[in-house]
Design a protein around this ligand. Sequence first.
Ligand SMILES: *[C@@H]1O[C@H](CO)[C@@H](O)[C@H](O)[C@H]1NC(C)=O
Ligand SMILES: *[C@@H]1O[C@H](CO)[C@@H](O)[C@H](O)[C@H]1NC(C)=O
Ligand SMILES: *[C@@H]1O[C@H](CO)[C@@H](O)[C@H](O)[C@H]1NC(C)=O
Ligand SMILES: *[C@@H]1O[C@H](CO)[C@@H](O)[C@H](O)[C@H]1NC(C)=O
Ligand SMILES: *[C@@H]1O[C@H](CO)[C@@H](O)[C@H](O)[C@H]1NC(C)=O
Length: 729
Amino acid sequence: MHLRLLLLLILGVPPKAVLFFSPPWSPTFEGESVTLTCRESHFPAREDVYWYYNGNSFKKSKVIQIRKSGHYQCKTQRSSLSDAVHVEFSSDWLILQAPHPVFEGDNVVLKCQGKDENKISERNYYKNGERLDISKNSNSILLTSVSRDDSVYQCSASGKYLLRQWKKTSKHLRIQVQELFPSPVLTASPSLPTEGSPMTLTCETQLSPQRPDVQLQFRFFRDVHVLGSGWSSSAELQIPATWSEDSGSYWCEAETMTPSIVKRSQRFQIHVQRVPVSDVNLEIQPPGGQLVEGENLILICSVAKGTGTITFSWHREGIVRSVGRKTQSSLMAELQIPNMKEHNAGRYYCAADNTYGPIISKRITVTVRIPVSRPVLTLRMPRTQAVVGDMVEFHCEALRGSPPILYEFYHENVNLERSSAPSGGGVSFKLSLTTEYSGNYSCEADNGLGVQHSHRVSLKVTVPVSRPVLTLRAPGVQAVVGNMVELHCEALRGSPPILYWFYHENVTLGNSSAPSGGGAYFNLSLTAKHSGNFSCEAANGLGAQRSEAVTLKVTGTSRIRTGLTTAGVIGGLLSILGLATTAALLGHLRTQRRLGGTFYPLSLSSLSHYSPKECPEPSSSRPFSTDPPNPLYSEPPTQMALQPVYSNVNPGDSNLVYSQIWSFQHTKENSANSPRVHREDEEPAVFYSELKKVQPGDSAGQTSSSGSVHEDDTENYENVPCASSVSAH
Ligand SMILES: *[C@@H]1O[C@H](CO)[C@@H](O)[C@H](O)[C@H]1NC(C)=O
Ligand SMILES: *[C@@H]1O[C@H](CO)[C@@H](O)[C@H](O)[C@H]1NC(C)=O
Ligand SMILES: *[C@@H]1O[C@H](CO)[C@@H](O)[C@H](O)[C@H]1NC(C)=O
Ligand SMILES: *[C@@H]1O[C@H](CO)[C@@H](O)[C@H](O)[C@H]1NC(C)=O
Ligand SMILES: *[C@@H]1O[C@H](CO)[C@@H](O)[C@H](O)[C@H]1NC(C)=O
């Protein structure tokens, strides 16, 4: 209160003067006088006092005496005009007096005065017309704790005069109850607080300067809630930090302790302002936003500023619904998205909002990489079997996996090829097959998230059979009815198993298989019908190959009657036709002898029968191999069981092939035409015939050991199959 006084002085508004009168009772009887004094605050005036009567200035004096009813005011140079005090001078016989000054809450004595007190035998008091139940004839009453209401008081007096009862009634009295302190005014500083900042509430009122010592206490409310610890002697309440929840309707109460006068302020609306969110930032884990499928993504949204509860929300671009939302009173919130899948990839951002509208962070790209799945290796071949020379496409593909994917192909754990698929999918490469490419294949896919191996794929490269070579072996020089002839058929190339068929003319003699490759044998017991062309066929599922035909002339034995006739006829035919070429053949034979070939002398008579042109059944060209089917060539014929062998021999010269025929020379009957039945008498002999490559216009029998034309071997050789018939003579 002193503070406020000081403030008023500083502001140049002087405090009100206070007017007192003595004796301090009103009304009073006419004719009496009342002394008025003026005080500046609670000090007596030390200078001239200006007096006002019913609003008009009328006198300048320190103290005045008055005898007239009316409203009086005073002021000094250092104080402003006092409140008006009404002093009443009454002409009534009975008056009800109230003291001055009276403040609310005071206990007040009212005096009922008659002009002649001795005549009064009984007094009654009334409040608002109601008689107050107090002891009669008391000349005063005590009112406790008066308030500023419109109550009117009255008293009456009665007595006996000359045996006559009389009664007098006072005028109505309205007590001038002054305000001890006005209703408080609540102020807040600052009046627009922001969240997190302190706020001071002040409950402002002013005790009357005439009652400076009254103790006041204060209480603050928000809506219906008492703030702080209730009543306090301080008119201030400090709230260290305000939040939006503190917004509301504030008011305060001021109270005197004794007697209790409570006054409350008007309500004061306080809205605590939020600090808007700013600098919204999104961080993610793992940093960089590179995830492997199945990992967890952690999104951390933070704000630099912002008060109160903040609603954080997380979003992915292009998706209407947020991926998460949290409301909490903190500057940071975290969201975890577990088990990230490929479709969870995208650009993420977060937003923060504390009622001023959402603020959005920058966007962060999150990628989800998928480890490669086990790749599948496929071999694309032109047919079901892998055949030498085929183009095979190797294709390796992992159906899942983020690109780029590096593929490696392995053949028997040796790296064969490496290829990258920059945008996913599989890769392929092609190979032309050779036999070395048989084996197990696998491939590997790797995109940096773990290598995956395919299953093993086994490839067997098969080789088609080459044209087989047929060789006939008979036990004797001649193919005689009843003998066993061994047919040997062999394809030099070709993956096993190889199945061989043996043919006489077009008739199948039988079949034989070579499960692990090589050739096959077939034994045939000769009959007369077996003259003619033999051939064989080899097959391993990749197309059959037929050998050249080998012509065999079967002759009858001495015991077989048909043999003689046939031999004689053929022999006669040969001697007529054959002589022309004998000289040429013989000449060449000598050449071969000089070259050191292993052979035996031939009798001229034997040779004279020979002529390739006159062969009854000249063989067709045959692709015989370089290897003789038997090691006959290297062994001396004397140590062997000699037998005619029909075979092509190539001694190394690419242009030459020799038909090698082991036989026995007749020792006694050179010119005899008897059939060859005495083998023990025969001498071994070898016929060599050089056969030149067949060329158009080229006459047969020309020797050409140095033939320069290099052509297909199959075209170059000719069998000399007529040895048996020649030797028969
Ligand atoms: C290929 O793999 C199989 C088993 O998958 C195995 O038995 C075989 O020996 C392998 N072949 C080669 C040539 O390694
Ligand atoms: C034998 O085969 C040849 C050629 O392959 C053919 O012309 C001929 O008609 C065949 N003969 C028989 C009896 O099948
Ligand atoms: C092979 O010959 C046997 C008889 O010796 C016959 O039963 C079989 O059918 C023949 N196989 C083929 C494939 O011709
Ligand atoms: C063919 O005959 C010879 C001798 O008679 C024999 O050693 C061989 O085993 C026979 N071969 C077959 C395939 O019957
Ligand atoms: C045997 O083959 C040759 C040549 O291929 C042919 O000229 C001859 O007529 C054939 N012989 C028989 C009996 O089919």
